[in-house]
Design a protein around this ligand. Structure first.
Ligand code: GDP
Length: 442
């Protein structure tokens, strides 16, 4: 879980403030010293940390905060707003050219995740109706071309390559090819080195001058910490980048890169990579990231995930059944399958407010085990039993337990869960009626 250390430390600082009740200016200053240390330990650039704390302090020591009834909460709100501003306030989108194809040039150090994210980006925009073309401009390692072909195939996106030729020529030809074949988005996967060197920068500059990409995206590995800022500054100075893709945000990164890159370069983080799979790409929302860091969860991302992963038709069917107040075991099974589609339980649960960073692998595994058990129990029911749970008498319970390799007590528990859900849905539809009445008689 990224930002875990930072989240924990900030929560401890806020807790101490809350326990004090009323706050004096000196309390805020002390808390801000601790915030600054927490940021530095999370690998936030020191200048950024210093400025951040100065901004928060300036806003927090006013009478409005100190005299308020909930000063600690107001400070948390200020920190949240400043964290959001630090990362750029709004989600920065990709700029598309009015004259297709839009050319996106991916650059970054070797191993940062350039090739993987070229394909992730292609898949992301293909799902939005674009017709991307991936281009192998990393000509120095034959393996790099093969890797792009592999990920391109996985994403079902065509790959343009000319083996080990001149990358500038390859980029030019690829764009001509895209025009001929109706590809409206060209993604150039360029070469990377272990360190920034003149030769690499020269080559990237030549590609830039020749094809004038709409977007030059720098791919940065979030795990590299402080160094991310140096890399970003150097690339921006020599090449002029338009935005950043921050990768490997799924690991144990301390998160400093996410918090510093925008502040130091002025260039926004546009996307975050959150895993090795091609689907693991999220548009970067500074406000959501700030609330994740502050342990307030990321409900919006969760909802969006649910929206893209849920089958709309099935959801509509489910809503219809809820209206009829039926929620049988087929529905329960369906819901569990939808939940599974959203990814590992740990990542889903960690986006919930209050749970952020607190669901360990063990607990998530326990949860998944439990889900599997419930699934096995439902699978051991006959179709009639699934539709009408009331049929399940003690002898049927014993049969279901034996069939699913569980105990009768487990079966009872699942039956109770189903009853509770039915009750909940009855209450929900009852509540809806009351609201309607209130609206008619204000
Ligand atoms: P390149 O040299 O910059 O093209 O980097 P690659 O795309 O080959 O990625 C380097 C390694 O990082 C590969 O093993 C990828 O699977 C892995 N990787 C890339 N992005 C992510 C990410 O967001 N999360 C994780 N966990 N691994 C990633």
């Amino acid at each position: 879980m990224p930002f875990e250390g930072l989240s924990d430390k900030l929560s401890a600082v806020f807790k101490k403030m809350r326990n004090k009740g009323r706050l004096k200016e000196s309390d805020i200053k002390e808390a801000m010293r601790e915030v600054r240390l927490a940021l530095l330990e999370a690998d936030v650039n020191y200048k950024v940390a210093k400025e951040f704390v100065a901004n928060v302090t300036a806003k927090a020591v006013g009478d409005e905060v100190l005299e308020s009834l909930t000063p600690a909460q107001m400070v948390v709100k200020i920190v949240n707003d400043e964290l959001t501003a630090l990362m750029g306030a709004e989600n920065a989108r990709l700029n598309f050219s009015s004259k297709p194809p839009t050319v996106v040039m991916m650059c970054g150090l070797q191993g940062s995740g350039k090739t993987t994210h070229s394909a992730k980006l292609a898949l992301h925009f293909k799902n939005q109706g674009k017709r991307p073309l991936l281009v192998a401009c990393d000509v120095y390692r034959p393996a790099a071309i093969d890797q792009l072909k592999v990920v391109g195939e996985k994403a079902s996106v065509p790959v343009f390559e000319m083996g080990q030729g001149d990358p500038v020529e390859i980029a030019k030809k690829a764009i001509a090819h895209a025009k001929d074949y109706g590809n409206d988005l060209v993604i150039l996967d360029t070469a990377g080195r272990l360190h920034i060197d003149e030769e690499l920068m020269g080559e990237l500059s030549r590609i830039k001058e020749t094809v004038s990409p709409q977007e030059i995206l720098l791919v940065i590995d979030a795990m590299v910490g402080q160094d991310a800022v140096n890399v970003a500054s150097k690339f921006d100075e020599t090449l002029g980048i338009d935005g950043v893709i921050l990768t490997k945000l799924d690991g144990d990164t301390r998160g400093g890169a996410a918090l510093s890159v925008r502040a130091v370069t002025g260039k926004p983080i546009k996307f975050a990579g959150t895993g090795e799979k091609l689907e693991d790409l999220e548009p970067f929302y500074p406000d959501r990231m700030a609330s994740r860091i502050l342990g307030m969860g990321d409900v919006l991302t969760l909802i969006e995930k649910a929206q893209t992963d849920f089958d709309a038709k099935k959801a509509a069917e489910m809503a219809e059944r809820l209206k009829q107040n039926t929620f049988d075991f087929n529905d329960m099974l369906e819901q569990m399958q939808q939940l599974k589609k959203m990814g590992p339980l740990s990542s889903v649960m960690n986006m919930l407010p209050g749970a952020a960073g607190k669901i360990g692998d063990d607990e998530a595994e326990q949860g998944e085990k439990e889900l599997r058990k419930v699934e096995a129990i439902i699978h051991s029911m006959t179709p009639a039993e699934r539709e009408k749970p009331a049929l399940i008498n003690p002898s049927r319970k014993r049969r279901i337990a034996a069939g699913s390799g569980t105990d009768v007590s487990d079966v009872n528990r699942v039956l109770r869960q189903n009853e509770q859900m039915q009750k909940l849905f009855r209450q929900m539809s009852g509540g809806g009626k009351k609201k309607g009445k209130r609206r008619r008689n204000p």
